[in-house]
Design a protein around this ligand. Structure first.
Ligand SMILES: Cc1cc2nc3c(=O)[nH]c(=O)nc-3n(C[C@H](O)[C@H](O)[C@H](O)COP(=O)(O)OP(=O)(O)OC[C@H]3O[C@@H](n4cnc5c(N)ncnc54)[C@H](O)[C@@H]3O)c2cc1C
Length: 542
C-alpha cells in the first residue's frame, strides 16, 4: 500500500532540504516525504497526486515566497486535498500574518523558523496533527479508475472489457456523482482533459483519454504482442473450445498461442450460472469457469494474446494469421474456435441506443446499475433465462419478452422452474420489440403484441437482447469451406457427393469434431464446442 504523503514547499533550497531531512528521519517509515521549491510547482504536483489517488496527510509551506505566499498556497491546495493537515513555516516577523491565517485559511498550525531542536519544536506538534489525520484516514483505492457515464457506449464497452478480463477497477460515473466533492476535485485536477471520457487513470499517474479496450489492454498487462512469431499450434478464439484445445495441445508439449479479441471465456464467460458442466454439481459462473481454464492453460505455458485475427493464409506448410495491429504470426496447425456472436435485433432505434440502455448479452457490468429498475430481457432461450435470474437479484422487476406463447420449447426445464419460482420475473408472451425510443439513452420501447395485434409503448431504461447468434467468419475468406450462414464446415459435412473438398491433400479423411446443433437450444451436456474446426491435421501428426 502506498504511504501517505507529507509535502513541504519552500523557495529557499537550504530550508527545504532541512525540513525534508527532519521529516524523513522522523516520519519516513510511515510517510513519503516530498518537497517542492515553488508553490506553483507544488499545486501541479498535488493535481498529479490526486489523479494517482495518492493520500496527502500534511502540507507544510513557507509563508514568504515570491508570486504566491504560503497562505495563498495552502488555500489553493485545500481545494485539491481538503483533508490534509495544513501548517505554515514563518519567520518571527510574520507571526501576525500566521495567526490571522489560522482562521482565514483554516491553517492547523504554524512553526517558527528555525525549529531546532525538532524534537521540541516540530515533532510533538506534527505528531498531534498526524494522529488527528490518521483517525479519519481511509486508504484510497489503489487500482485502475475509470471515469465515464452510464449511458455512454464507449464507457460500457470499456467496463465490459475490464470486467470480462477480470481486471479490477473502480467505476466513477461522473454524471451520477456530479455533486460528489471528490469527483469534482478529480475533474478539476484533470483540467481540460476532463471532457475526454471515458478516462482511465492508472496508479502510476498515467492516464488514457477517450480510451478504448485495445489501448487499455497493453497497459494492464494483457499481452498484445506475441512472444515469438512461430507456434506449433495457434488457436483463434479463447472460448471454452479454444481454451480446452489449448490445454490439451500445450499439455502434449505443443508451443501454443490463443488469439482472443475480447476476453478468455467467450460466450460462456458471460453466463451468470452454468449448471450443466460436467464435474460442477452445483454449477459455476462463466467467469469462474474462464478463470480456472485460463489458469490451467497458462500453467501449461499457453500464451494468450489480446488481439483480433483479421486474416489467414497458407504458405507451404505454414499457416499465417494476420492480427488487427498488422502483425503476423505463423504456425504449423491453426484452429478456429471463434464461436458465434449475438444476432442483431432489427428494429428502429436499437442500433443507435446500443450500449446506452440496449445491450447484447449478459451485461454483467450492468446488473448493479439496474438496481431497483425494470429490466427487459428479450429472448426465450437459456441465455435469456440465466440473465433474467441474475438481474432478478438486483432489479425491481425483470420482464422476459418472447414471441411464442411459452418458454417450454426454447428453455431448459430447470431454468423454467427457477423463473416460475422467482416472484419478480414476469413473462410477456406474444411480444416482440417494435422500436426503441430515447435521445441519449433508452427511455421507452414499443412492443408489438401479436395476439392482439396492438403496439404497447412502455417506459424502459435497460433492454438485454438474447435472440440467438451467428458466426463471424468473413475474415477467413475462401480459406475454409463455410455454409451460407458462415458456419465452418467440419467432418463429414465437408464431403460433397462423397468427394473430399477441393485442396484436400491428405490420404485419409481426418475425423474432426462434428459441429453440434447450430440452434441455441438444447445445450449439450458439457459440449460447449459448437463451431470449432481443425484447419489442418494437428502439429503432432507431422
Ligand atoms: C449468457 C450465456 C449463457 C450460457 N450458458 C450456458 C450453459 O449454462 N450451459 C452451456 O452448455 N452453454 C451455455 N452457453 C453457451 C456456451 O457459452 C457456448 O456454447 C460456448 O461458449 C461456445 O464455446 P466456443 O469456445 O465454441 O465459442 P465462444 O464461447 O463463442 O468463444 C469464441 C471466442 O472467439 C473470440 N473471437 C471471435 N472471433 C475472433 C477473432 N477474429 N479474433 C480473435 N478472437 C475472436 C470471441 O471473442 C470469443 O471469446 C451460454 C451462452 C451464453 C451467451
Amino acid at each position: 500500500m502506498a504511504k501517505p504523503i507529507l509535502l513541504s514547499v519552500d523557495d529557499d533550497s537550504d530550508v527545504l532540504r532541512a525540513i525534508e531531512r527532519d521529516l524523513r528521519s522522523h516520519y519516513g517509515a510511515d510517510y513519503r516525504v516530498i518537497g517542492s521549491d515553488s508553490p506553483e510547482g507544488a499545486l501541479g504536483l498535488l493535481k498529479q497526486l490526486k489523479l494517482r489517488n495518492d493520500s496527502v496527510a500534511l502540507l507544510l509551506a513557507d509563508q514568504r515566497m515570491p508570486r504566491m505566499d504560503g497562505i495563498g498556497f495552502l488555500q489553493e491546495a485545500m481545494e485539491i486535498y481538503p483533508d490534509a493537515k495544513r501548517a505554515l513555516l514563518t519567520a518571527y516577523a510574520d507571526t501576525n500574518a500566521a495567526i490571522g491565517a489560522i482562521n482565514q485559511a483554516s491553517i492547523n498550525y504554524f512553526f517558527m523558523k528555525p525549529w531546532d531542536p525538532p524534537s521540541e519544536h516540530l515533532y510533538p506538534q506534527l505528531d498531534d496533527l498526524l494522529e488527528d489525520w490518521q483517525a479519519s484516514y481511509r486508504p484510497a483505492f489503489e487500482g485502475i479508475r475509470v471515469l465515464g457515464t452510464r449511458w455512454s457506449p464507449r464507457s460500457y464497452e470499456l467496463r465490459d472489457f475490464l470486467a470480462r478480463n477480470r481486471v479490477p477497477y473502480q467505476w466513477i460515473d461522473v454524471e451520477q456523482t456530479v455533486n460528489d466533492p471528490e469527483t469534482k476535485r478529480l475533474l478539476e485536477a484533470l483540467g481540460p482533459d476532463a471532457p475526454s471520457l471515458p478516462i482511465v487513470l492508472f496508479p502510476d499517474g498515467t492516464k488514457l483519454l477517450k480510451s478504448a479496450p485495445g489501448d487499455v489492454a497493453q497497459k494492464v498487462g494483457l499481452r498484445t504482442r506475441a512472444q515469438t512469431d512461430f507456434y506449433d499450434l495457434a488457436i483463434v478464439g479463447g472460448g471454452p473450445a479454444g481454451l480446452a484445445a489449448a490445454v490439451y495441445g500445450a499439455s502434449e508439449g505443443l508451443h501454443t498461442v490463443i488469439i482472443e479479441r475480447e476476453a478468455p471465456g467467450g460466450q460462456a464467460g458471460m453466463s451468470s450460472r452454468i449448471e450443466n458442466y460436467l464435474g460442477f454439481p452445483s454449477g459455476l459462473s462463466g467467469g469462474d469457469l474462464a478463470r480456472r481454464a485460463v489458469a490451467q492453460a497458462m500453467r501449461f505455458g499457453v500464451e494468450i494474446l489480446s488481439q483480433e485475427a483479421v486474416g489467414a493464409r497458407i504458405e507451404g506448410s505454414y499457416r499465417i494469421i494476420k492480427l488487427a495491429d498488422n502483425s503476423e504470426i505463423s504456425c504449423h496447425a491453426l484452429m478456429i474456435a471463434t464461436g458465434v456472436q449475438w444476432r442483431k435485433l432489427d428494429a428502429p432505434g436499437i442500433d443507435r441506443l446500443q450500449g446506452a440502455g440496449v445491450y447484447y448479452g449478459g451485461g454483467a457490468t450492468e446488473a448493479l446499475s439496474c438496481k431497483n429498475e425494470i429490466v427487459y430481457v428479450v429472448g426465450g432461450a437459456n441465455s435469456a433465462g440465466q440473465a433474467a435470474m441474475n438481474f432478478a437479484r438486483y432489479a425491481q422487476r425483470v420482464v422476459i419478452l418472447v414471441r411464442g406463447d411459452s418458454l417450454s420449447s426454447t428453455m431448459s426445464q430447470y431454468l423454467i422452474d427457477q423463473i416460475k419460482a422467482t416472484s419478480n420475473i414476469q413473462l410477456w408472451t406474444h411480444a416482440s420489440v417494435a422500436e426503441a425510443h430515447g435521445e441519449t439513452h433508452l427511455e421507452e420501447m414499443s412492443v408489438l403484441c401479436t395476439d392482439t395485434n396492438t403496439v404497447e409503448r412502455v417506459p424502459a431504461s435497460s433492454m438485454f437482447i438474447f435472440i440467438g447468434a451467428l458466426p463471424r467468419t468473413d475474415w477467413l475468406g475462401d480459406l475454409v469451406n463455410r455454409d451460407e450462414r458462415g458456419f465452418l464446415l467440419t467432418g463429414p459435412d465437408l464431403m460433397q457427393d462423397r468427394q473430399r473438398p477441393q485442396g484436400w491433400t491428405l490420404d485419409r479423411i481426418r475425423s474432426c469434431w462434428r459441429p453440434m446443433s447450430r440452434e441455441s437450444s438444447p445445450w449439450a451436456m458439457c459440449g460447449m464446442v459448437r463451431s470449432s474446426v481443425w484447419l489442418q491435421e494437428s502439429a503432432k501428426d507431422r
